[in-house]
Design a protein around this ligand. Structure first.
Ligand code: DX5
Ligand code: ZN
Length: 244
């Protein structure tokens, strides 16, 4: 099932409730909340109080993407504020297994995130524990960056691993998702699509969400034999993609 998860990072924070609601009216079924601490990533954003405010005005799952050091210290506060999904970075967690169990113990669905430079095999051991794997298709820290094409083969690999190991995690992708990249990530196997600037930066968030979701659903309907040409055609030198 394809779901759109608008990243509120690109919303007008003075009108956050209305902007989030507009995206949901356009078909978004998850709200993605980017939490940055100025240490793990070179930017600072929001914390539990904003999650608590969003919780009051929206019923869809709140997907809290923690781009922070020492996430164990903050997971209880995000859970208390109303987070439904909490994801932590492989690169930020020395004791990742413990951190994922901590998220579950607080009643939230645990997710693990990998940066563009982190290979899929770095999370092999925790795949049975997670509700979702978030593949970063930009280096985390800012909205509006260019999609990194090498993330496509990681999405495809995760999809294959899930099938061969009979696991149930969902595959989410985050960064540079807009109308020119969405079809490729869907064809590679992504199901939860995070998008910030394409939803909130210009125009109407409802209409933007509707159009992006339609492009994603259209791509998902394409026959499987179209996959190799679509993904291979998107490859370029530095980020080339090879299919089996
Ligand atoms: C980047 C964040 C993303 C970001 C996506 O660190 O994790 O969620 O907001 O923004 P766009 O869609 O503009 O790349
Ligand atoms: Zn994010």
């Amino acid at each position: 099932m394809i779901e759109l998860a608008p990243s509120i990072l690109s919303a007008d924070f003075a009108r956050l409730g209305a902007e989030a609601q507009a995206a949901v009216e356009g078909g978004a079924t998850v709200l993605h909340v980017d939490v940055m601490d100025g240490h793990f990533v070179p930017n600072i954003t929001i914390g539990p109080p904003v999650v608590a405010s969003l919780r009051k005005v929206s019923k869809v799952p709140l997907d809290c993407h923690l781009m922070i050091e020492r996430p164990d210290e903050f997971i209880p506060a995000f859970a208390e504020a109303g987070a439904d999904w909490i994801s932590v970075h492989r690169e930020a967690c020395v004791h990742l297994d413990r951190t994922l169990h901590l998220i579950a113990a607080h009643g939230c669905k645990p997710g693990v995130v990998i940066n563009p430079a982190t290979p899929v095999h770095a999370i092999d051991e925790v795949l049975p524990l997670v509700h979702h794997v978030l593949v970063m298709s930009v280096n985390p820290g800012f909205g509006g960056q260019t999609f990194i094409r090498s993330s496509l083969k990681k999405i495809e690999l995760l999809s294959n691993i899930r099938e061969s190991r009979r696991l149930g995690f969902r595959i989410e992708v985050d960064g540079g998702i807009h109308r020119d990249t969405v079809a490729d990530v869907v064809r590679a196997g992504a199901e939860i699509l995070v998008s910030g600037s394409a939803i909130f930066e210009q125009g109407n968030p409802s209409e933007n969400a509707r159009q992006l979701l339609k492009s994603a659903l259209d791509a998902a309907k394409q026959p499987v034999q179209d996959l190799s040409s679509a993904v291979a055609g998107a490859a370029d030198g530095a980020n080339s993609l090879s299919l089996p």
